[in-house]
Design a protein around this ligand. Structure first.
Ligand SMILES: Nc1ncnc2c1ncn2[C@@H]1O[C@H](COP(=O)(O)OP(=O)(O)O)[C@@H](O)[C@H]1O
Ligand SMILES: C=C(OP(=O)(O)O)C(=O)O
Ligand SMILES: [K+]
Ligand SMILES: [Mg+2]
Length: 583
């Protein structure tokens, strides 16, 4: 018999017997799966598999956003059956190559920039494990971003990827201008530079920097310290002449286009009028309209100060985009966002530890504890969290990371953040694919180590749901995750229309992967950001027995699971937990 724990409503149909009891199955431990560091570029099988995908897509399938690529080793007669379930091509190949128990749990976000905006480069990132592509509205034109987003959509349709798109707003930060088209400018010790709100024609006068904030000259005082990119270069303000501010370089370094500026007085960040600027500027609203029109999956809001702006944006999106949701991610990168952390995270659909700007606003030595606190709070409140910035900064220039960078990535994985993000490494670095490979192999290694060592510190997960029905779902997920660990099951299957139940399971960070079945491609893409979830698109009914049997045969036909695998199945339609062996 399938072992069923009924909660509230019994299933409408009695469950079919399975041949073996869970207890009699060979112990489904992770250790029996040969685990190799997964390097798709070096794997002939995966390359073959993805080529197969590409052919079958153009030959047999109409391009449809609802049809991922079909890969079936069983020939074209099975194509129609296989089409009934979609999983992204890279995950499928990974599952076939190494078994689903060892799939990567930590998700990867790549910032797209000049180094990666071409179709081939985007494809290489997708094959390399990019789950979410981020476009930063600080840089580039709408036309540039549109090209990138459309190329990604085309790759998803044609090659069977499910890469989600995140648009990141510019926000009202103070930053330098474009350096008149130069890639960088060197500021030497003792040099006098002019920072000005005037707009200049290029080429810029020598040692002159445009500042985007009109109140700049009024707000700074002689004697203030001016920090570029949180201290990569430092200046001291020596004179104010109308709109021009003369500064002496005190810490030399490289100035990059549109680098962030902060000014400090008596050792503290000056947050006068610039702190009064709106979180979402008029330009940001236009960018948000653009993002909605282009169908992005996430909008990340820079320099969030309070929950109010998140609520405002969420209702703005709801009014303009009725057919699907766009998740709103709060970037925690300012002193105000730390002060109002809990209310901001509660209001958002996720958060980003944006360590670049955060490290310019609080002392660097406080960034690690802030990161740990944000990651923990997000987990407790069930919001996906991304750890971002400088994870592999040296890889912008070099093909190998520093040991310290590997340790930093490991720590974020160990904290079990949902996702890690590349910025300059993938946007403008020389080794975007290598950087992604490092994130992938470090994640896999640390995750495996933690499972083998069973180092699961039990995190106190407070009740988060309010309605009774949601409370039942939450309890089911907590219990199912615990059962999954105690029984050593191979996978948890969750059938979820909104994604909520998949996310509640992910929050428990169980040992085994979570197969999340959802009916919509947009929910499926959004689930891509969450720890441990393998999102599938599948249409399903309220009849769990038929859902399960269908899923088993579809996944078996695709070689993704086998008879004898032990699974726990849950759904948000039928509040039950079932333990069963794949027949
Ligand atoms: N769309 C783009 N066009 C040109 N350059 C970009 C683009 N996106 C990112 N970059 C480059 O990559 C760097 C790192 O990206 P990111 O971390 O997103 O931005 P920032 O450093 O401004 O916070 C940027 O400083 C910029 O030089
Ligand atoms: C991710 C960040 O934001 P941005 O790259 O937009 O400055 C950051 O500051 O760390
Ligand atoms: K930004
Ligand atoms: Mg930032």
């Amino acid at each position: 018999m399938a072992q069923t724990v009924y909660l509230l409503s019994p299933p409408t149909t009695p469950l079919r017997s399975v041949s073996k009891l869970p207890g009699s199955s060979p112990s489904p431990s992770i250790a029996r799966i040969p685990l190799r560091s997964l390097l798709p570029h070096s794997s002939p099988r995966l390359r073959h598999h993805l080529r197969f995908h590409a052919c079958s897509a153009s030959a047999a399938l109409p391009p449809s956003p609802d049809l991922g690529l079909l890969a079936s080793d069983n020939g074209s007669s099975n194509l129609a059956a296989a089409a009934a379930i979609d999983v992204d091509a890279v995950t499928e190949a990974e599952m076939k190559e190494n078994g689903f128990r060892s799939t990567r749990r930590t998700k990867l976000v790549c910032t797209i920039g000049p180094a990666t905006c071409g179709a081939e480069q985007l494809e290489a990132l997708a094959v390399g494990g990019m789950n979410v592509a981020r476009v930063n509205m600080c840089h580039g034109t709408h036309e540039w971003h549109r090209q990138v987003i459309r190329q990604l959509r085309r790759l998803n349709e044609e090659k069977g990827f499910a890469v989600a798109v995140m648009m990141d707003t510019e926000g009202s930060e103070i930053h330098m201008g474009d350096l008149g088209g130069a890639a960088s400018a060197k500021a030497e010790d003792g040099e006098i530079w002019t920072f000005s709100v005037r707009s200049f024609n290029s080429p810029l006068p020598e040692r002159t920097i445009h500042v985007n904030y009109d109140g700049f000259a009024e707000d700074v005082k002689v004697g203030d310290e001016l920090l570029v990119d949180g201290g990569m270069v430092r200046f001291e303000v020596i004179e104010k002449i109308g709109p021009d501010v003369k500064c002496r370089c005190t810490d030399p370094g490289l100035l990059l286009p549109r680098a962030n500026l902060t000014f400090w007085r008596d050792g503290s960040l000056v947050r006068e009028r610039n702190a009064m600027l709106p979180t979402i500027s008029s330009k940001d609203w236009l960018d948000i309209d653009f993002g909605i029109a282009e169908g992005v999956d996430f909008i990340a809001v820079s320099f969030v100060k309070s929950a109010e702006v998140i609520n405002h944006l969420k209702s703005y999106i709801a009014a303009r985009c009725r057919e699907r949701e766009i998740a709103v991610v709060a970037k925690i990168e300012s002193i105000d966002s730390l002060k109002n952390l809990e209310e901001i995270i509660r209001a958002s659909d996720g958060a980003m530890v944006a360590r670049g700007d955060l490290g310019a606003q609080i002392p660097l030595e406080q960034v690690p504890s802030a990161q740990q606190k944000i990651v923990k709070l997000c987990r407790q409140l069930n919001k996906p969290v991304i750890v971002a910035s400088q994870l592999l900064d040296s890889m912008i220039e070099y093909p190998t990371p520093t040991r310290a960078e590997v340790a930093d990535v490991s720590e974020a994985v160990r904290q079990r953040a949902d996702a890690l993000m590349l910025s300059g490494e993938s946007a403008m670095g020389q080794y975007p694919d290598k950087a992604l490979t490092v994130l992938r192999s470090v994640s896999l290694r640390i995750e495996r180590w933690w499972r083998e060592e069973k180092r699961h510190e039990g995190m106190e997960l407070p009740d988060i749901t309010t309605s009774f029905s949601d409370k039942i779902s939450e309890e089911i997920c907590n219990s199912a995750a615990k059962m999954a660990n105690n029984l050593g099951v191979d996978a948890v299957f969750v059938y979820t229309k909104t994604g909520q139940m998949a996310s509640l399971l992910s929050r428990c960070r169980p040992d085994c992967p979570i197969f999340a079945f959802t009916t919509s491609t947009s929910v499926r893409r959004r689930l891509n950001l969450q720890w441990g979830l393998i999102p599938f698109r599948l249409s399903f009914s309220d009849d769990m027995e038929s859902n399960l049997n269908r899923t088993f045969s579809l996944l078996k036909a695709r070689g993704m699971i086998q008879s004898g695998d032990l699974v726990i199945a849950l759904s948000d339609m039928l509040q039950s937990i079932q333990v069963m062996l794949v027949p």
